[in-house]
Design a protein around this ligand. Structure first.
Ligand code: ASP
Length: 313
């Protein structure tokens, strides 16, 4: 099928050491989840749904899966609380919505979409974002929906080591399966429109009120029909300082690079400038999929030009 009449979709479930997933039950669990979500996204796109709808659907499903560090599976901050960040962007007109440091919201990506469509703003944070959620009729979930025994144990380990860490870098205990990861989705629909979404619980043992790259347009997420759609995962501070998602789009815009070239150039820039730890998924305006990461692994999967769903670390 000609690229102009095809759809593409790519999702990720976080980057990091992921030392213990290869050949384990956890690896199968991740890859099954990635394939299942890709097939849901395929349904949306095959029926003529927009790229925006596809990334919201995929991100919501990933938020609902406790294996990932987003929505119900979010990591805990220094006080043992969940504070989540999310963003969504429409490549048709660069409209975008984002929320940061929200609590008790089961699907932050859906709230981000409401910020985009129902408010005159791009980013709402904390109490203000939650009041906006109430105003929109979003039902809050109790603390028990988010908190898991695994997450409490993970926070304890981080506290003992006096460190903040990416969910997937929690590798102190080799016997333990590594379970969670920030999520993101990028898509190109049958009309050639691009969209991107990213959602996260952030990093383990983060300061209360810390906001990462995920809800920052141009860092954790970016989409422009003229260039590409990007979703990032990794140490947010490094991704914000390098404005990595927009940098990748700029490589495409200013140097005419395709997804693979722009991703490679972006990863080189991220590494050289800030020693960035993490990865990105990218779909360009022709529907080509690319990904890159500086960590050992990144959980991700794609459907390129209506093809087979592929899931990888
Ligand atoms: N980028 C996220 C953050 O810094 C974390 C991650 O991707 O795992 O909040």
């Amino acid at each position: 099928m000609a690229p102009s009449a095809s759809y593409s979709l790519q999702i990720h479930g976080g980057a990091g050491a992921l030392d213990n997933v290869q050949d384990s039950k956890t690896a199968v669990r991740y890859l099954d989840s990635v394939r299942r979500v890709l097939e849901h996204g395929r349904e949306v796109l095959e029926l003529g749904g927009s790229a925006l709808q596809a990334v919201e659907t995929c991100a919501s499903l990933l938020e609902d899966d406790p294996v990932f560090n987003a929505g119900c599976g979010s990591v805990l901050n220094e006080y043992g609380k969940v504070e989540m960040d999310a963003a969504i962007m429409d490549g048709r007109d660069l409209s975008a919505g984002a929320v940061a440091a929200v609590q008790n919201i089961p699907n932050p990506v859906q709230l981000a979409r409401l910020v985009m469509s129902e408010s005159e703003h791009v980013l709402l944070i904390a109490e203000g974002a939650m009041r906006f959620a109430d105003h929109c009729g979003v039902v809050r979930a109790p603390d028990s929906y988010f908190s898991t025994a695994d997450r409490v144990a993970q926070l304890e380990r981080a506290r003992l080591q006096h460190k903040m860490m990416l969910d997937h870098d929690d590798t102190e205990d080799d016997s333990e399966d590594q379970k969670y990861g920030t999520i993101g989705a990028v898509a190109r629909d049958l009309s050639g429109n691009l969209a991107a979404a990213t959602s996260t619980g952030g990093i383990v043992n983060k300061r209360m009120g810390r906001v990462g790259d995920s809800p920052i347009i141009g860092a954790g997420v970016y989409a422009d029909n003229e260039t590409c759609a990007v979703s990032s995962t990794g140490y947010g501070e490094e991704f914000m300082r390098s404005v990595i998602a927009k940098t990748i789009a700029d490589f495409a815009y200013m140097q005419g690079m395709d997804a693979e070239q722009a991703t490679a150039a972006g990863i080189e820039y991220l590494t050289r400038k800030v020693k960035g730890r993490g990865g990105v998924i990218v779909i360009d305006r022709d529907g080509r999929c690319a990904s890159g990461f500086t960590t050992k692994k990144m959980v991700h999967g794609w459907i390129e030009h209506c093809g087979e769903a592929v899931a990888r670390f």
